[in-house]
Design a protein around this ligand. Sequence first.
Ligand SMILES: Nc1ncnc2c1ncn2[C@@H]1O[C@H](COP(=O)(O)OP(=O)(O)O)[C@@H](O)[C@H]1O
Ligand SMILES: [Mg+2]
Length: 468
Amino acid sequence: MVKTMGRTLTDREKPWFLRLHRGRRLELTERQRELFLKIGRGPNPGLIVAGYGGAMGGGKTRAIVELAIDAALMHAGNNVLVARQHYTDLSSTTMKEFFRVCPEEYIRQRQTAPTPLVVLGDKRKPSSSWSTINFRHLTEWTGLGSQEYGSVLIDEAGEVAEEAARMLLTRLRHPAQTQRWFVAASNPWPGWFERWFARRELDEAAFAEADGRVVYIPARIPDNPHLPEHYAAQQRALQPGEWVQRFIEGSFEAFAGQVYEHFDPKLHRWDAPLPPFDRYIGGLDFGGQSHQDHFTAGVVAGVTDRRAPCGPNVLIRLGEFEDRGPGVTGRLEVWQHRWRSKLGRIQWCADRSQSAWIDHQRRLGNRVVPSKGGPDSVNWGISLVQQRLSADPPTSYYTPTMQSFPTRMREYQWANSKTDQSPKPRKRNDDLIDADRYMHELTVKPPRRRVMIVTPPVGRPARWSVEE
Ligand SMILES: Nc1ncnc2c1ncn2[C@@H]1O[C@H](COP(=O)(O)OP(=O)(O)O)[C@@H](O)[C@H]1O
Ligand SMILES: [Mg+2]
């Protein structure tokens, strides 16, 4: 019997999962319990969008797995999705944990190909009451667009693209589960998980009016008693500082792997009146015309002249363009035209691999040069951006009307470790950042052409060669 303050709880007050979990000998950790209670207290019928985030070992994967079993057993004929970005991680962690903890007696069917799924239910009841749990990776998520789910449960959501998460929200309409669950578990990576849950950037008031509820529960190592003794202390001793903050303490503020570590949305924002400029420059990155393509992006900036109170050669970004889908070309050109009427001449630099685009832009009367290109050009461009950000005081800023830019800068990450021989940035939502980098190429003199005399074999005339 469940009692609180000496009083026996009514059926309505009892946690919804008590009876279900007793059958599986499961006891939730304190934090997991908080998550499950908050989900259950949301509107029904309704849509719960929940984030369970923070330190590793906080019991996130286990929570996802148990919620999947609950959703399947509670609602006859339900269809549940358990997802993770990469298939190998899905099968080696999330699915492994699932089959470790799911009681054999519930499993009616197990399929591994073409896609893994498991059917759960009571064997004494008709098969129409059984539910399906689908395990899917999200590297190719467009194919999931025709499914209907009662619950969507995403493990390590920080690895998943925001578009994929948003698309999955639209798939929550299976009639078997009237209180639909979208639950994401994640380590503290910068990205949509942080924005939706830790920084609460969704329109929660409008969502609440439509029977929606956003729930965020931080998951910390000390809240999980099932880890080996001294686990957190051992990890703290072994890991470097930013890892401790991020993975042990679950802090979203530690930016392991962030490319522009010195970027600070407050410090680099230009709130003062605009100083006089010497010239205007911009960067362009062309995407495609469909909704799934890369963004088409543009940044325009002024470079201050000698009379500016902040001194000359300070770069102040004035405007941004980030858009995609049919008609994006026309919209970019309107944007460029507006800035040209306002500022006068603008020198643009664009991705050199898109030469047809550059030709088209030139025919429109825009002054466009191709970016440098070549094996090390990305890291060279990044270093140009970094030098201006980290100067004291900084020599680059953005104006507050730019909405995407600060978010894109914070979320731009290395794909591999910075300590690797040749670090590469992760190619995700990097279009605006690329445009910004091309623009920075216009702030330095082009690398000097070196004239070399090639020493000829005896008896042949000398040749000149020009190296770029
Ligand atoms: N409620 C629980 N009861 C028993 N063991 C748990 C519980 N929650 C988590 N664990 C165990 O703690 C360990 C870490 O949990 P896990 O879900 O993998 O954490 P995370 O995904 O946050 O890194 C795993 O061995 C897991 O089985
Ligand atoms: Mg995990």
